[in-house]
Design a protein around this ligand. Structure first.
Ligand SMILES: O=P(O)(O)OC[C@H]1O[C@H](OP(=O)(O)OP(=O)(O)O)[C@H](O)[C@@H]1O
Ligand SMILES: NC(=O)CC[C@H](N)C(=O)O
Ligand code: SF4
Ligand SMILES: [Mg+2]
Length: 480
């Protein structure tokens, strides 16, 4: 099993979704996964439970391709279902690496869907294989399935809690069991999101429950947002309602700050904050920190849009669509080689001469990873006749890989890890380049600045301050 740092791809993560106590749960799950498509485009899967038997369908591809056929949904009966959109962090893009993972135990079946990445999966896997466990995939998630199997506790919930105490890393999990219902679980620091929703009831029947990575997946099926699952919380959802368990106690919280900057959909609300509003505020902070004389503010679509609106508002400059996005091309970083990725950027964006010609342009994007997008866009904007191009980025420089569920490239591929600001500016051919400061970013989240102590969020890909031990990478356990 390879650790994600070997990856030459840019980043992405996964979406999880589950429904309990609602007719046609699989159809709702397919809709929920559709709303979460931006979180993973490699593979999709659903496992349903009809009160007696589990059913599953999973395949490589987009949700629409995998679940576009009514017969497929009809083959997933039941009032409970969980689903997963994958972009792998540990384990390649193969048919055997599609989630949810389903396993048959002596106590019955269990399905698991995971967003995040375990930092001790390789270490645990080694030990599990040694004691006879036979793995069917190369995903980190599968160690959870085996830890549940070998646990000496009686109930599934106790076994899952036992497994949770052995794994390290980031995880938002949804599991489906025959007797205990649907379970949702967030890692002790709550690095990845997970929200609870409820379907409206009808006549004397109460509405069922929904778990999802983001609130946009509740909206698509008409579910009401109830609350976020808390860091370290396990919710058990069944006919008795929602019961919370706290196996870890309170160890703080470190929600991924990049969810706000890039991953999440702008119409989602995470940890009580609208993603759209946070992004527009980051744009405002950026305009205050690194304003420049110019004629027009242009977003790099899609993720640069809300921040460019905030930047334009704060600077008083007009906001214009100087770059038009082709909506039939997905996120560029899903392309596996640099050559294809370069072409992908051209396929995806085109310059709008009517806005750019003769103008001094401020471009706003969320991040520079390899620099592929910025370089292409700046050249494109110049070729369309822009007089000056100033690049403004709504994250601090990305200098470190993520080990918590985002498939970032290793340091050697990260432009900011190896170059100064001036070198980066030159590399992307811009007239000026500025990133949001850490304090500006945290101000946009409602803080005074980046907390010196009692950190509230994970920002390790910018700061190198990893809140959860990187067991496999550092070899701690292996040495022990
Ligand atoms: O420096 P790079 O390696 O090019 O990566 C950075 C780019 O990748 C992402 O965009 P992407 O087009 O993937 O997705 P989006 O449509 O959501 O902005 C991100 O928004 C940056 O624009
Ligand atoms: N990006 C993710 O959240 C992926 C989940 C899991 N680590 C996998 O590789 O399948
Ligand atoms: S390292 Fe970056 S992307 Fe990964 S969890 Fe932390 S903030 Fe998010
Ligand atoms: Mg982008």
């Amino acid at each position: 099993m390879s650790f994600p740092e070997s990856s030459s791809r840019p980043y992405e993560e996964c979406g999880v979704f589950g429904v309990w106590g609602v007719p046609n749960a699989a159809a709702l799950t397919a809709l929920g996964l559709h709303a979460l498509q931006h979180r993973g485009q490699e593979a999709a899967g659903i496992v349903s439970f009809d009160g007696d038997t589990f059913h599953q369908h999973k395949a490589l591809g987009l949700v629409g391709d995998v679940f576009g056929n009514q017969d497929v949904i009809a083959g997933l009966p039941g009032e409970a279902a969980i689903g997963h959109n994958r972009y792998g962090t540990t384990g390649g893009s193969h048919v055997r690496n599609v989630q949810p993972i389903y396993a048959d135990y002596a106590f019955g079946g269990l399905a698991v869907a995971h967003n995040g990445n375990l930092t001790n999966a390789a270490t645990l896997r080694k030990a599990l294989v040694k004691r006879g466990c036979i793995f069917h995939s190369t995903m980190d998630t599968e160690v959870i399935v085996h830890l549940v199997a070998i646990s000496l506790y009686d109930t599934v919930i106790e076994r899952l809690m036992d497994a949770a105490k052995k794994i390290k890393g980031a995880y938002s999990l949804i599991t489906l069991t025959p007797d205990d219902g649907m379970l949702g679980m967030r890692d002790p620091l709550g690095v990845r999101p997970l929200v609870l929703g409820r379907m409206p009831g009808h006549e004397d029947k109460q509405g069922g429950w929904v778990l999802a990575s983001e609130t946009c997946a509740l909206d698509i099926i008409g579910a009401d947002y109830v609350r976020d699952i808390e860091p370290g919380e396990i919710v058990v959802i069944n006919a008795d309602g929602v019961k919370s368990l706290w196996p870890f106690g309170d160890v703080g919280r470190r929600f991924c700050i990049f969810e706000y900057i890039y991953f999440a959909r702008p119409d989602s609300v995470l940890e009580g904050q609208s993603v759209y509003e946070v992004r527009t505020r980051i744009g405002g902070e950026l305009a205050r920190e690194s304003g420049v004389d110019a004629d027009v503010v242009v977003p790099v679509p899609d993720s640069g849009v809300p921040s460019a609106i905030g930047y334009a508002h704060e600077s008083g400059l007009p906001y214009e669509m100087g770059i038009v996005r082709n909506h039939y091309v997905g996120r560029t970083f899903i392309q596996p080689t640099d050559q294809v990725r370069n072409l992908g950027v051209k396929m995806k964006h085109s310059a709008n001469k009517a806005v750019l010609e003769g103008r001094r342009v401020i471009l706003v994007d969320d991040s520079i990873v390899r620099g592929t997008t910025s370089r292409k866009i700046v050249d494109m904007v110049r070729a369309a006749g822009a007089k000056e191009v100033h690049m403004r980025i709504t994250s601090p420089p990305t200098k470190h890989p993520c080990f918590y569920g985002i498939d970032t490239p290793s340091e050697k591929h990260l432009l900011a890890a190896r170059h100064s600001l001036e070198e980066m500016c030159k590399a992307i051919n811009a007239d000026s380049l500025a990133f949001i400061s850490f304090d500006g970013l945290y101000r946009a989240l409602g803080h005074q600045g980046r907390p010196v102590e009692n950190h509230t969020n994970c920002d390790a890909c910018f700061s190198g301050d990893y809140p959860i031990t990187l067991v496999d990478k550092d070899g701690n356990l292996i040495q022990q």
